[in-house]
Design a protein around this ligand. Structure first.
Ligand code: HEM
Length: 530
Protein backbone atom coordinates (compact mmCIF):
# COMPACT_ATOMS: atom_id res chain seq x y z
CA UNK A 1 0.00 0.00 0.00
CA UNK A 2 2.63 2.66 0.95
CA UNK A 3 4.51 1.91 -2.29
CA UNK A 4 1.28 2.48 -4.31
CA UNK A 5 0.78 5.80 -2.50
CA UNK A 6 4.42 6.77 -3.17
CA UNK A 7 4.11 5.87 -6.85
CA UNK A 8 0.86 7.85 -7.13
CA UNK A 9 2.31 10.90 -5.41
CA UNK A 10 5.47 10.71 -7.53
CA UNK A 11 3.28 10.53 -10.64
CA UNK A 12 1.27 13.51 -9.45
CA UNK A 13 4.43 15.48 -8.68
CA UNK A 14 5.86 14.73 -12.13
CA UNK A 15 2.59 15.76 -13.76
CA UNK A 16 2.52 18.94 -11.71
CA UNK A 17 6.13 19.71 -12.61
CA UNK A 18 5.33 19.13 -16.26
CA UNK A 19 2.31 21.48 -16.10
CA UNK A 20 4.41 24.13 -14.30
CA UNK A 21 7.18 23.65 -16.87
CA UNK A 22 4.71 24.05 -19.74
CA UNK A 23 3.04 27.08 -18.16
CA UNK A 24 6.41 28.72 -17.51
CA UNK A 25 7.36 28.20 -21.13
CA UNK A 26 4.34 30.27 -22.22
CA UNK A 27 5.57 33.70 -23.16
CA UNK A 28 9.17 32.55 -23.79
CA UNK A 29 10.87 33.68 -26.96
CA UNK A 30 11.96 30.83 -29.21
CA UNK A 31 15.68 31.51 -29.85
CA UNK A 32 15.05 31.26 -33.60
CA UNK A 33 12.77 34.35 -33.52
CA UNK A 34 14.00 37.88 -34.22
CA UNK A 35 15.33 39.51 -31.02
CA UNK A 36 13.16 41.57 -28.71
CA UNK A 37 12.65 42.78 -25.14
CA UNK A 38 13.27 40.19 -22.38
CA UNK A 39 10.19 38.15 -21.60
CA UNK A 40 8.64 37.10 -18.29
CA UNK A 41 6.94 33.73 -17.80
CA UNK A 42 3.40 33.47 -19.14
CA UNK A 43 2.99 37.13 -20.09
CA UNK A 44 5.96 37.26 -22.41
CA UNK A 45 6.09 40.97 -23.27
CA UNK A 46 2.37 41.61 -22.75
CA UNK A 47 3.06 43.76 -19.68
CA UNK A 48 5.31 46.05 -21.76
CA UNK A 49 2.73 46.87 -24.41
CA UNK A 50 1.23 50.28 -23.66
CA UNK A 51 -2.53 50.73 -23.70
CA UNK A 52 -2.05 53.78 -25.91
CA UNK A 53 0.69 55.20 -28.17
CA UNK A 54 1.93 51.89 -29.57
CA UNK A 55 3.47 53.56 -32.66
CA UNK A 56 5.89 55.53 -30.47
CA UNK A 57 6.72 52.46 -28.39
CA UNK A 58 7.52 50.52 -31.55
CA UNK A 59 10.00 53.24 -32.47
CA UNK A 60 11.68 52.99 -29.06
CA UNK A 61 12.12 49.24 -29.53
CA UNK A 62 13.41 49.67 -33.10
CA UNK A 63 16.27 51.70 -31.65
CA UNK A 64 17.09 48.88 -29.21
CA UNK A 65 16.40 45.73 -31.18
CA UNK A 66 16.87 46.71 -34.81
CA UNK A 67 14.84 46.69 -38.01
CA UNK A 68 13.07 43.40 -37.34
CA UNK A 69 12.23 42.38 -33.80
CA UNK A 70 9.68 40.24 -32.04
CA UNK A 71 7.34 40.54 -29.10
CA UNK A 72 5.74 37.69 -27.26
CA UNK A 73 2.19 38.07 -25.96
CA UNK A 74 1.54 34.88 -24.05
CA UNK A 75 2.01 32.19 -26.66
CA UNK A 76 1.61 34.34 -29.73
CA UNK A 77 4.25 36.24 -31.67
CA UNK A 78 4.32 39.75 -33.03
CA UNK A 79 6.99 40.72 -35.54
CA UNK A 80 7.66 44.42 -36.04
CA UNK A 81 9.41 45.58 -39.21
CA UNK A 82 10.97 48.98 -39.71
CA UNK A 83 13.13 48.49 -42.77
CA UNK A 84 11.86 49.17 -46.30
CA UNK A 85 13.83 46.33 -47.76
CA UNK A 86 12.34 43.84 -45.29
CA UNK A 87 8.82 45.17 -45.86
CA UNK A 88 9.45 44.78 -49.60
CA UNK A 89 10.79 41.25 -49.31
CA UNK A 90 8.09 39.98 -46.98
CA UNK A 91 4.84 41.94 -47.33
CA UNK A 92 5.19 42.97 -50.97
CA UNK A 93 7.01 40.02 -52.54
CA UNK A 94 5.49 37.28 -50.42
CA UNK A 95 2.03 38.84 -50.37
CA UNK A 96 0.44 35.41 -50.84
CA UNK A 97 1.33 34.48 -47.25
CA UNK A 98 1.61 37.94 -45.61
CA UNK A 99 -1.83 39.36 -46.35
CA UNK A 100 -4.07 37.81 -43.75
CA UNK A 101 -5.28 39.81 -40.76
CA UNK A 102 -4.82 38.62 -37.18
CA UNK A 103 -7.97 37.86 -35.28
CA UNK A 104 -9.33 40.90 -33.54
CA UNK A 105 -12.05 39.72 -31.18
CA UNK A 106 -13.20 43.22 -30.30
CA UNK A 107 -13.46 44.39 -33.92
CA UNK A 108 -15.29 41.20 -34.85
CA UNK A 109 -17.73 41.66 -31.97
CA UNK A 110 -18.38 45.30 -32.82
CA UNK A 111 -18.97 44.54 -36.51
CA UNK A 112 -20.59 41.11 -36.10
CA UNK A 113 -17.70 39.72 -38.11
CA UNK A 114 -18.34 41.88 -41.17
CA UNK A 115 -15.54 44.34 -41.72
CA UNK A 116 -13.43 44.43 -44.83
CA UNK A 117 -10.35 45.94 -43.13
CA UNK A 118 -10.32 43.34 -40.33
CA UNK A 119 -11.49 40.36 -42.32
CA UNK A 120 -9.16 37.50 -43.01
CA UNK A 121 -7.97 36.76 -46.51
CA UNK A 122 -10.72 34.82 -48.21
CA UNK A 123 -13.51 35.08 -50.78
CA UNK A 124 -15.48 37.71 -48.84
CA UNK A 125 -12.44 39.98 -48.45
CA UNK A 126 -11.52 39.50 -52.11
CA UNK A 127 -14.99 40.42 -53.31
CA UNK A 128 -15.17 43.53 -51.13
CA UNK A 129 -11.69 44.59 -52.19
CA UNK A 130 -12.60 44.17 -55.85
CA UNK A 131 -15.72 46.32 -55.36
CA UNK A 132 -13.71 49.08 -53.66
CA UNK A 133 -10.84 48.97 -56.13
CA UNK A 134 -13.23 49.22 -59.08
CA UNK A 135 -15.34 52.02 -57.60
CA UNK A 136 -12.29 54.09 -56.66
CA UNK A 137 -10.06 53.33 -59.63
CA UNK A 138 -8.14 56.26 -61.14
CA UNK A 139 -10.13 55.85 -64.32
CA UNK A 140 -13.49 56.05 -62.55
CA UNK A 141 -12.32 58.92 -60.37
CA UNK A 142 -10.98 60.98 -63.25
CA UNK A 143 -13.84 60.44 -65.66
CA UNK A 144 -16.74 60.31 -63.24
CA UNK A 145 -16.33 61.01 -59.53
CA UNK A 146 -14.12 64.06 -60.04
CA UNK A 147 -17.18 66.31 -60.29
CA UNK A 148 -18.17 65.53 -56.71
CA UNK A 149 -14.64 66.13 -55.45
CA UNK A 150 -14.26 69.38 -57.39
CA UNK A 151 -17.63 70.72 -56.26
CA UNK A 152 -17.08 69.77 -52.62
CA UNK A 153 -13.66 71.43 -52.64
CA UNK A 154 -15.29 74.63 -53.92
CA UNK A 155 -17.80 74.39 -51.06
CA UNK A 156 -14.90 73.90 -48.63
CA UNK A 157 -13.29 77.12 -49.87
CA UNK A 158 -16.52 79.08 -49.52
CA UNK A 159 -17.08 77.68 -46.05
CA UNK A 160 -13.67 79.04 -45.11
CA UNK A 161 -14.52 82.46 -46.45
CA UNK A 162 -17.72 82.53 -44.45
CA UNK A 163 -16.43 81.05 -41.20
CA UNK A 164 -12.62 80.78 -41.18
CA UNK A 165 -12.51 79.87 -37.50
CA UNK A 166 -14.03 76.50 -38.27
CA UNK A 167 -11.35 75.32 -40.66
CA UNK A 168 -10.76 72.28 -38.45
CA UNK A 169 -14.39 71.16 -38.82
CA UNK A 170 -14.59 71.96 -42.53
CA UNK A 171 -11.46 69.94 -43.23
CA UNK A 172 -13.31 66.99 -41.69
CA UNK A 173 -16.56 67.77 -43.47
CA UNK A 174 -15.03 67.65 -46.96
CA UNK A 175 -13.83 64.01 -47.11
CA UNK A 176 -16.87 62.58 -45.36
CA UNK A 177 -19.15 64.45 -47.72
CA UNK A 178 -17.26 63.18 -50.77
CA UNK A 179 -17.28 59.61 -49.45
CA UNK A 180 -20.98 59.66 -48.52
CA UNK A 181 -21.98 61.09 -51.91
CA UNK A 182 -19.98 58.49 -53.83
CA UNK A 183 -21.09 55.61 -51.63
CA UNK A 184 -24.59 56.49 -50.38
CA UNK A 185 -25.71 59.24 -52.76
CA UNK A 186 -26.10 61.66 -49.83
CA UNK A 187 -23.74 64.46 -48.97
CA UNK A 188 -22.88 65.95 -45.61
CA UNK A 189 -24.21 69.43 -46.32
CA UNK A 190 -23.06 71.06 -43.13
CA UNK A 191 -21.73 70.47 -39.65
CA UNK A 192 -25.19 69.55 -38.32
CA UNK A 193 -25.73 66.90 -40.95
CA UNK A 194 -26.32 63.33 -39.79
CA UNK A 195 -23.59 62.21 -42.21
CA UNK A 196 -21.08 64.44 -40.46
CA UNK A 197 -22.10 64.67 -36.82
CA UNK A 198 -23.19 61.11 -36.10
CA UNK A 199 -20.36 59.72 -38.19
CA UNK A 200 -17.53 61.49 -36.38
CA UNK A 201 -19.11 60.86 -33.00
CA UNK A 202 -19.05 57.14 -33.74
CA UNK A 203 -15.53 57.26 -35.23
CA UNK A 204 -14.08 58.92 -32.17
CA UNK A 205 -15.27 56.03 -30.00
CA UNK A 206 -14.39 53.39 -32.60
CA UNK A 207 -10.83 54.73 -32.87
CA UNK A 208 -10.29 54.46 -29.12
CA UNK A 209 -11.58 50.90 -29.05
CA UNK A 210 -9.39 49.82 -31.93
CA UNK A 211 -6.05 51.04 -30.71
CA UNK A 212 -3.64 48.10 -30.28
CA UNK A 213 -3.18 47.61 -26.55
CA UNK A 214 -6.53 49.18 -25.63
CA UNK A 215 -8.19 45.83 -24.84
CA UNK A 216 -7.18 42.74 -22.89
CA UNK A 217 -5.34 40.07 -24.95
CA UNK A 218 -8.51 38.09 -25.69
CA UNK A 219 -7.09 36.37 -28.77
CA UNK A 220 -4.28 34.85 -26.71
CA UNK A 221 -6.26 34.34 -23.54
CA UNK A 222 -9.95 33.85 -24.37
CA UNK A 223 -11.01 33.97 -20.70
CA UNK A 224 -10.21 37.71 -20.79
CA UNK A 225 -13.44 38.07 -22.72
CA UNK A 226 -15.25 37.80 -19.37
CA UNK A 227 -13.06 40.41 -17.72
CA UNK A 228 -15.15 43.37 -16.58
CA UNK A 229 -13.87 46.89 -17.14
CA UNK A 230 -14.09 50.07 -19.16
CA UNK A 231 -12.95 48.28 -22.32
CA UNK A 232 -16.14 46.20 -22.35
CA UNK A 233 -18.42 49.16 -21.83
CA UNK A 234 -16.66 51.07 -24.62
CA UNK A 235 -16.86 48.12 -26.97
CA UNK A 236 -20.59 47.59 -26.44
CA UNK A 237 -21.28 51.29 -26.79
CA UNK A 238 -19.48 51.42 -30.15
CA UNK A 239 -21.21 48.31 -31.38
CA UNK A 240 -24.57 49.94 -30.84
CA UNK A 241 -23.53 53.34 -32.19
CA UNK A 242 -22.11 51.76 -35.31
CA UNK A 243 -25.05 49.47 -36.00
CA UNK A 244 -27.50 52.35 -35.47
CA UNK A 245 -25.50 54.64 -37.76
CA UNK A 246 -25.26 52.35 -40.77
CA UNK A 247 -28.80 50.98 -40.32
CA UNK A 248 -30.13 54.53 -40.36
CA UNK A 249 -28.03 55.30 -43.42
CA UNK A 250 -29.58 52.36 -45.22
CA UNK A 251 -33.08 53.45 -44.20
CA UNK A 252 -32.43 56.89 -45.67
CA UNK A 253 -31.37 55.26 -48.93
CA UNK A 254 -34.38 52.93 -48.98
CA UNK A 255 -36.79 55.78 -48.28
CA UNK A 256 -35.58 57.81 -51.24
CA UNK A 257 -35.44 54.81 -53.57
CA UNK A 258 -39.03 54.00 -52.69
CA UNK A 259 -39.91 57.45 -54.00
CA UNK A 260 -38.14 56.58 -57.24
CA UNK A 261 -35.06 58.67 -56.40
CA UNK A 262 -32.13 56.57 -57.64
CA UNK A 263 -28.72 58.15 -57.39
CA UNK A 264 -25.31 57.89 -58.95
CA UNK A 265 -23.51 56.07 -56.12
CA UNK A 266 -22.20 52.64 -55.15
CA UNK A 267 -25.06 51.52 -52.90
CA UNK A 268 -27.65 52.18 -55.61
CA UNK A 269 -25.54 50.30 -58.13
CA UNK A 270 -25.31 47.30 -55.80
CA UNK A 271 -28.98 47.43 -54.78
CA UNK A 272 -29.93 47.31 -58.47
CA UNK A 273 -27.58 44.37 -59.00
CA UNK A 274 -29.11 42.66 -55.99
CA UNK A 275 -32.58 43.00 -57.45
CA UNK A 276 -31.48 41.40 -60.67
CA UNK A 277 -29.69 38.38 -59.22
CA UNK A 278 -30.28 36.11 -56.27
CA UNK A 279 -26.57 35.57 -55.90
CA UNK A 280 -25.60 38.44 -53.69
CA UNK A 281 -23.33 36.75 -51.15
CA UNK A 282 -23.89 38.91 -48.07
CA UNK A 283 -26.52 38.99 -45.38
CA UNK A 284 -28.32 42.33 -45.00
CA UNK A 285 -26.17 43.54 -42.11
CA UNK A 286 -22.93 42.81 -43.98
CA UNK A 287 -24.26 44.55 -47.06
CA UNK A 288 -25.03 47.71 -45.08
CA UNK A 289 -21.71 47.51 -43.32
CA UNK A 290 -19.69 47.48 -46.53
CA UNK A 291 -20.62 51.03 -47.51
CA UNK A 292 -20.33 52.26 -43.95
CA UNK A 293 -16.90 50.77 -43.48
CA UNK A 294 -15.67 52.38 -46.69
CA UNK A 295 -16.79 55.75 -45.33
CA UNK A 296 -15.05 54.89 -42.05
CA UNK A 297 -11.82 53.95 -43.81
CA UNK A 298 -11.86 56.92 -46.14
CA UNK A 299 -13.08 60.00 -44.29
CA UNK A 300 -11.18 60.13 -41.03
CA UNK A 301 -7.83 59.17 -42.59
CA UNK A 302 -8.05 61.86 -45.26
CA UNK A 303 -9.26 64.48 -42.78
CA UNK A 304 -6.34 63.75 -40.47
CA UNK A 305 -3.84 64.18 -43.29
CA UNK A 306 -5.49 67.38 -44.55
CA UNK A 307 -5.37 68.80 -41.03
CA UNK A 308 -1.71 67.89 -40.74
CA UNK A 309 -1.04 69.74 -44.00
CA UNK A 310 -2.94 72.83 -42.81
CA UNK A 311 -0.99 72.86 -39.55
CA UNK A 312 2.32 72.38 -41.33
CA UNK A 313 1.55 75.15 -43.83
CA UNK A 314 0.67 77.57 -41.03
CA UNK A 315 4.01 76.81 -39.40
CA UNK A 316 5.96 77.07 -42.66
CA UNK A 317 5.22 80.26 -44.60
CA UNK A 318 8.24 79.52 -46.82
CA UNK A 319 6.48 76.37 -48.07
CA UNK A 320 3.36 78.40 -48.83
CA UNK A 321 5.34 80.98 -50.79
CA UNK A 322 7.06 78.31 -52.88
CA UNK A 323 3.79 76.54 -53.69
CA UNK A 324 2.00 79.81 -54.40
CA UNK A 325 4.71 80.95 -56.83
CA UNK A 326 4.16 77.74 -58.78
CA UNK A 327 0.35 78.03 -58.66
CA UNK A 328 0.41 81.68 -59.71
CA UNK A 329 2.55 80.86 -62.72
CA UNK A 330 0.12 78.16 -63.85
CA UNK A 331 -3.30 79.42 -62.79
CA UNK A 332 -3.26 83.14 -62.03
CA UNK A 333 -5.86 84.75 -59.74
CA UNK A 334 -8.97 84.06 -61.83
CA UNK A 335 -8.85 80.30 -62.19
CA UNK A 336 -8.63 77.89 -59.28
CA UNK A 337 -6.34 74.90 -59.77
CA UNK A 338 -8.09 71.66 -60.68
CA UNK A 339 -6.70 68.13 -60.73
CA UNK A 340 -6.01 68.57 -64.48
CA UNK A 341 -3.12 70.81 -63.35
CA UNK A 342 -1.50 67.97 -61.40
CA UNK A 343 1.58 67.68 -63.61
CA UNK A 344 2.08 71.41 -63.81
CA UNK A 345 2.02 71.80 -60.02
CA UNK A 346 4.47 69.19 -58.75
CA UNK A 347 5.17 70.97 -55.47
CA UNK A 348 1.59 70.35 -54.22
CA UNK A 349 2.26 66.64 -54.53
CA UNK A 350 5.48 67.07 -52.52
CA UNK A 351 3.53 68.76 -49.72
CA UNK A 352 1.07 65.86 -49.58
CA UNK A 353 3.82 63.26 -49.53
CA UNK A 354 5.67 65.10 -46.81
CA UNK A 355 2.46 65.35 -44.73
CA UNK A 356 2.12 61.56 -44.91
CA UNK A 357 5.79 61.10 -44.13
CA UNK A 358 5.94 63.62 -41.29
CA UNK A 359 2.70 62.73 -39.49
CA UNK A 360 1.25 59.48 -40.92
CA UNK A 361 -2.24 59.01 -39.51
CA UNK A 362 -1.77 55.22 -39.39
CA UNK A 363 1.42 54.99 -37.34
CA UNK A 364 1.49 51.21 -37.42
CA UNK A 365 -0.63 50.69 -40.58
CA UNK A 366 -2.98 47.76 -39.87
CA UNK A 367 -1.52 44.46 -38.70
CA UNK A 368 -1.00 41.65 -41.19
CA UNK A 369 -0.78 37.94 -40.37
CA UNK A 370 1.51 35.37 -41.95
CA UNK A 371 -0.18 32.11 -42.91
CA UNK A 372 2.91 29.85 -43.20
CA UNK A 373 6.20 29.48 -41.37
CA UNK A 374 8.71 31.73 -43.07
CA UNK A 375 12.35 32.73 -42.58
CA UNK A 376 14.03 36.06 -42.95
CA UNK A 377 17.79 36.32 -42.67
CA UNK A 378 17.88 33.15 -40.57
CA UNK A 379 15.06 34.30 -38.24
CA UNK A 380 11.94 32.22 -37.96
CA UNK A 381 8.65 34.03 -38.57
CA UNK A 382 6.18 31.43 -37.36
CA UNK A 383 2.85 30.81 -39.03
CA UNK A 384 0.17 32.90 -37.35
CA UNK A 385 2.53 35.73 -36.30
CA UNK A 386 1.11 39.23 -36.38
CA UNK A 387 3.21 41.52 -38.55
CA UNK A 388 3.33 45.26 -37.92
CA UNK A 389 4.97 47.83 -40.18
CA UNK A 390 6.49 50.39 -37.81
CA UNK A 391 5.46 53.24 -40.11
CA UNK A 392 6.14 55.99 -37.60
CA UNK A 393 9.60 54.62 -36.78
CA UNK A 394 10.52 54.36 -40.47
CA UNK A 395 9.25 57.82 -41.34
CA UNK A 396 11.20 59.28 -38.44
CA UNK A 397 14.40 57.42 -39.17
CA UNK A 398 17.29 59.85 -39.61
CA UNK A 399 19.07 57.43 -41.93
CA UNK A 400 16.11 57.42 -44.30
CA UNK A 401 15.07 61.06 -43.86
CA UNK A 402 17.82 63.47 -42.98
CA UNK A 403 16.57 66.11 -40.53
CA UNK A 404 13.47 64.01 -40.09
CA UNK A 405 11.75 66.27 -37.55
CA UNK A 406 11.51 69.02 -40.15
CA UNK A 407 8.47 69.34 -42.40
CA UNK A 408 10.29 69.67 -45.71
CA UNK A 409 8.38 68.90 -48.94
CA UNK A 410 11.58 69.39 -50.97
CA UNK A 411 12.66 65.88 -50.08
CA UNK A 412 10.08 64.61 -52.57
CA UNK A 413 11.06 66.83 -55.49
CA UNK A 414 12.33 63.83 -57.42
CA UNK A 415 9.13 61.84 -56.87
CA UNK A 416 6.57 63.63 -59.01
CA UNK A 417 4.08 60.77 -59.36
CA UNK A 418 1.16 59.83 -57.12
CA UNK A 419 1.94 57.53 -54.19
CA UNK A 420 0.28 54.46 -55.68
CA UNK A 421 2.57 54.55 -58.71
CA UNK A 422 5.56 54.06 -56.45
CA UNK A 423 3.89 51.77 -53.93
CA UNK A 424 2.80 49.33 -56.62
CA UNK A 425 6.37 48.91 -57.87
CA UNK A 426 7.78 45.44 -57.18
CA UNK A 427 11.10 47.09 -56.28
CA UNK A 428 11.11 48.61 -52.81
CA UNK A 429 13.76 51.10 -53.97
CA UNK A 430 11.15 52.67 -56.25
CA UNK A 431 8.90 53.72 -53.37
CA UNK A 432 8.64 57.46 -52.78
CA UNK A 433 12.07 58.56 -51.72
CA UNK A 434 12.54 54.84 -51.12
CA UNK A 435 10.42 54.47 -48.07
CA UNK A 436 6.88 55.79 -47.89
CA UNK A 437 4.45 53.60 -45.94
CA UNK A 438 1.52 55.92 -45.15
CA UNK A 439 -0.85 53.62 -47.07
CA UNK A 440 0.56 50.32 -45.75
CA UNK A 441 2.05 47.63 -47.99
CA UNK A 442 1.46 44.38 -49.86
CA UNK A 443 -1.91 43.06 -50.93
CA UNK A 444 -3.65 44.92 -48.12
CA UNK A 445 -2.35 48.31 -49.22
CA UNK A 446 -5.03 50.96 -49.01
CA UNK A 447 -7.53 50.50 -51.87
CA UNK A 448 -8.71 54.10 -51.37
CA UNK A 449 -5.30 55.55 -52.22
CA UNK A 450 -6.43 57.09 -55.51
CA UNK A 451 -9.39 58.85 -53.94
CA UNK A 452 -7.29 59.94 -50.97
CA UNK A 453 -4.50 61.39 -53.10
CA UNK A 454 -6.95 63.32 -55.26
CA UNK A 455 -8.87 64.62 -52.24
CA UNK A 456 -5.75 65.90 -50.54
CA UNK A 457 -4.36 67.39 -53.73
CA UNK A 458 -7.52 69.36 -54.50
CA UNK A 459 -7.83 70.81 -51.02
CA UNK A 460 -4.14 71.70 -50.74
CA UNK A 461 -3.91 73.29 -54.18
CA UNK A 462 -7.09 75.36 -53.83
CA UNK A 463 -6.25 76.41 -50.30
CA UNK A 464 -2.84 77.69 -51.29
CA UNK A 465 -4.15 79.37 -54.41
CA UNK A 466 -6.73 81.38 -52.46
CA UNK A 467 -5.43 81.91 -48.95
CA UNK A 468 -2.45 82.73 -46.82
CA UNK A 469 -2.49 80.61 -43.70
CA UNK A 470 -1.05 81.86 -40.43
CA UNK A 471 -0.66 80.56 -36.91
CA UNK A 472 -3.29 82.16 -34.68
CA UNK A 473 -2.63 85.42 -32.87
CA UNK A 474 -3.57 86.40 -29.37
CA UNK A 475 -6.23 89.14 -29.77
CA UNK A 476 -5.05 90.89 -26.59
CA UNK A 477 -1.34 91.09 -27.40
CA UNK A 478 -1.33 90.57 -31.17
CA UNK A 479 1.41 88.00 -30.67
CA UNK A 480 1.54 84.69 -32.55
CA UNK A 481 0.36 81.65 -30.60
CA UNK A 482 2.63 78.88 -31.91
CA UNK A 483 0.84 75.69 -32.91
CA UNK A 484 2.12 72.58 -31.21
CA UNK A 485 3.13 70.22 -34.02
CA UNK A 486 3.12 67.30 -31.61
CA UNK A 487 -0.40 67.85 -30.29
CA UNK A 488 -2.01 64.70 -31.68
CA UNK A 489 -4.50 62.32 -30.13
CA UNK A 490 -3.57 58.72 -29.64
CA UNK A 491 -5.95 56.43 -31.46
CA UNK A 492 -5.43 53.78 -34.09
CA UNK A 493 -5.55 56.72 -36.53
CA UNK A 494 -3.87 59.73 -35.02
CA UNK A 495 -5.30 63.16 -35.67
CA UNK A 496 -4.11 66.65 -34.73
CA UNK A 497 -5.97 67.92 -31.67
CA UNK A 498 -8.39 70.73 -32.56
CA UNK A 499 -6.47 73.88 -33.49
CA UNK A 500 -7.16 77.24 -35.06
CA UNK A 501 -5.32 79.05 -37.82
CA UNK A 502 -5.89 82.41 -39.42
CA UNK A 503 -6.71 82.33 -43.14
CA UNK A 504 -6.77 85.44 -45.31
CA UNK A 505 -7.71 85.64 -49.00
CA UNK A 506 -4.62 86.44 -51.04
CA UNK A 507 -6.34 89.09 -53.16
CA UNK A 508 -9.70 90.58 -54.00
CA UNK A 509 -9.59 88.84 -57.39
CA UNK A 510 -9.10 85.43 -55.80
CA UNK A 511 -11.83 86.15 -53.28
CA UNK A 512 -14.31 86.95 -56.07
CA UNK A 513 -13.24 83.86 -58.03
CA UNK A 514 -13.90 81.61 -55.02
CA UNK A 515 -17.34 83.12 -54.53
CA UNK A 516 -18.18 82.87 -58.24
CA UNK A 517 -17.68 79.09 -58.27
CA UNK A 518 -20.05 78.45 -55.36
CA UNK A 519 -23.43 78.58 -57.12
CA UNK A 520 -22.44 76.06 -59.79
CA UNK A 521 -20.91 73.72 -57.22
CA UNK A 522 -24.04 73.77 -55.06
CA UNK A 523 -26.28 73.31 -58.08
CA UNK A 524 -24.33 70.20 -59.07
CA UNK A 525 -24.29 68.83 -55.53
CA UNK A 526 -28.03 69.37 -55.03
CA UNK A 527 -28.59 65.88 -56.48
CA UNK A 528 -26.97 64.53 -53.28
CA UNK A 529 -28.84 66.80 -50.87
CA UNK A 530 -31.31 65.34 -48.35
C1 HEM B 1 -4.97 59.82 -46.63
C2 HEM B 1 -5.90 58.92 -46.58
C3 HEM B 1 -5.69 57.46 -46.27
C4 HEM B 1 -4.66 56.84 -45.60
C5 HEM B 1 -3.43 57.48 -44.99
C6 HEM B 1 -4.98 55.43 -45.57
C7 HEM B 1 -4.16 54.46 -44.99
C8 HEM B 1 -4.45 53.11 -44.97
C9 HEM B 1 -3.60 52.10 -44.37
C10 HEM B 1 -2.27 52.35 -43.70
C11 HEM B 1 -4.22 50.91 -44.53
C12 HEM B 1 -3.70 49.55 -44.05
C13 HEM B 1 -2.87 48.92 -45.14
C14 HEM B 1 -2.21 47.62 -44.72
O1 HEM B 1 -2.85 46.79 -44.07
O2 HEM B 1 -1.02 47.42 -45.07
C15 HEM B 1 -5.47 51.15 -45.22
C16 HEM B 1 -6.38 50.17 -45.52
C17 HEM B 1 -7.61 50.43 -46.07
N1 HEM B 1 -8.05 51.65 -46.57
FE1 HEM B 1 -7.07 53.41 -46.50
N2 HEM B 1 -6.17 55.22 -46.20
C18 HEM B 1 -6.64 56.43 -46.65
C19 HEM B 1 -7.80 56.66 -47.36
C20 HEM B 1 -8.70 55.70 -47.72
C21 HEM B 1 -9.88 55.91 -48.53
C22 HEM B 1 -10.27 57.26 -49.15
C23 HEM B 1 -10.55 54.72 -48.59
C24 HEM B 1 -11.83 54.36 -49.30
C25 HEM B 1 -12.83 55.14 -49.54
C26 HEM B 1 -9.78 53.75 -47.85
C27 HEM B 1 -10.12 52.43 -47.68
C28 HEM B 1 -9.33 51.48 -47.06
C29 HEM B 1 -9.74 50.08 -46.85
C30 HEM B 1 -11.08 49.48 -47.23
C31 HEM B 1 -8.65 49.44 -46.24
C32 HEM B 1 -8.56 47.96 -45.85
C33 HEM B 1 -7.95 47.19 -47.00
C34 HEM B 1 -7.80 45.71 -46.74
O3 HEM B 1 -7.83 45.28 -45.60
O4 HEM B 1 -7.66 44.97 -47.73
N3 HEM B 1 -8.67 54.37 -47.33
N4 HEM B 1 -5.58 52.50 -45.49
Amino acid sequence: MPSTVTAASTGLAVLLLFVVYRVLRIGRRDPRLPPGPPTVPVLGNAHLIPTTGIGLKFQEWVQKYGPIYSLKVLDSTIVVISDPQIVGQLLDKKGAIYSDRPENAVAMHVTDGHHFSFEQQGPSWKLKRAIAVRHFSPQKLDTHHFRVQEAESVVFMNNLLEDPDRIFDYARLYPVSVACSLLYGHRARDLDSFWYKDFYHMMEKWGEVLEPGANPPIEEFPLCWYMPGLWRKRMDEVKKLRADLWTRARKIVDARRQKGDKRDCLIDEKLDELKESDNWPYPEFAFNNLFGELVEAGADTTANQVLTIIMALAKHPEVQRKAQAEIDRVCGPDKAPTFDDFEKLPYINCIIKEGLRWRPTARTALPHRVTKDDYYNGYLIPKGSTIFIAVWAMHQDEKLYADHVQFNPDRFLNHPKLANEYASSPEYEKRDNLHHYGYGAGRRICPGVHLAERNMWRITAKLLWAFNIYEPTDPATGKTIPLDENAYNSCILVSPLPFKVRVEPRSEKVLQAVKREKADALAFLSQYDN
